[in-house]
Design a protein around this ligand. Sequence first.
Ligand SMILES: Nc1ncnc2c1ncn2[C@@H]1O[C@H](COP(=O)(O)OP(=O)(O)OP(=O)(O)O)[C@@H](O)[C@H]1O
Ligand SMILES: CC(=O)N[C@H]1[C@@H]2OC[C@@H](O2)[C@@H](O)[C@@H]1O[C@H](C)C(=O)O
Length: 374
Amino acid sequence: MGRVRTAIGLMSGTSMDGIDVALLRTDGADLVERGPSLYVPYDNALRGRWKRALETAKTIRERRERPGDLADAEQALTLCHAAAVKSFLLRNRLSPEDVDVIGFHGQTVLHRPDEGLTVQIGDGPLLAEETGIDVVYDMRANDMVHGGQGAPLIPIYHAALSANLPEEFAAPVVFVNIGGISNLTYVGEDGVLSAFDSGPGNMLIDQWIEAHTGHAYDRNGETAARGSVVPALSHRYLGSPFFSGNLRRSLDRSDFRPPVKGEVSIEDGARTLAHVTAASIVKLSDYLPQAPRTYVVCGGGRLNPVIMAEFAELAARDGARVIAAESAGFDGGSMEAEAWAYLAVRSLDGLPLTFPGTTGVREAVSGGALARRG
Ligand SMILES: Nc1ncnc2c1ncn2[C@@H]1O[C@H](COP(=O)(O)OP(=O)(O)OP(=O)(O)O)[C@@H](O)[C@H]1O
Ligand SMILES: CC(=O)N[C@H]1[C@@H]2OC[C@@H](O2)[C@@H](O)[C@@H]1O[C@H](C)C(=O)O
């Protein structure tokens, strides 16, 4: 068994809604003790700033480039994370000395796996200086250097969690993260891991709702619940080449666009996009080694009852059931942040973060850069 460490994970995902903070005690292998978590939402001004950063980042050709005001945005984002860590420590009566390491994801502003380019803004050394805690950051880069897609990285943590699943949810099981983008991890009876991004999660729904109402998302699926699936629109999305082959791919936010305003009613658009979210996961599950018995859902999409009902109905046709992570004893809101804590500990021990079956990397590799506390 490796050294047991206390780690904080920080995730600012593709939805750009806020920062998830989670504490984990782990040896980076089988021992996983989940601690408290905290969600720190971004206000509208910050969300607007990160969205502008996505536009600015489009010109990047080399991952260290910071065109326009991207360096300022990176500093601001890092200081937001430092504030989140400080408030987390305060609430939980912890001091920096109680924490061995922070796993810092940063904010993805560009992801072009076909060009071997992935950019997460987030200044590890600045975060280490601000918090007084060692920071492991930039965990996607080494995977790409070795031929991987640079995502998803969460599967090895899903595998660790699967060891603690109640018997009734035993393998083959699929963990699904419905964030801005969805990704899934299959864990077979023999422990085999297979993972990939599985399509748009909430991002199209968010963009559609924001364009019509100014609200950030379809709270509890209320708009979708009043609409109907528009088959032509649904087929347009599900007919994308992304779903048409056993081709492992990871997605960027810009890979799918919301419908054009006026094309369908706001309700039908929200309903159709919720259907697309659920149907794309089930569709791509056809490429898994074995049909899953259970889907364990984490990420904000589990809080949208329309997505969950669609998903449950489609999965039931294949004899599988869909449960929210909480039903299996996990926390579906903090799972990604926990994963980044877990990955940071693995990185310190030089253990692999990614595998041929998860990102398509040529061989299992570790990753991450270490910034020592100031
Ligand atoms: N009560 C709710 N009802 C409907 N949707 C919700 C609710 N709460 C959260 N969501 C959705 O979940 C999204 C946030 O999900 P999450 O935090 O898992 O995404 P993320 O981590 O940013 O994305 P990714 O996993 O792609 O990096 C919101 O943008 C919203 O669409
Ligand atoms: C490049 C990037 O940030 N990808 C994210 C995104 O959000 C969900 C999906 O696309 C996943 O591939 C990944 O995040 C998760 C946490 C991961 O790497 O496991």
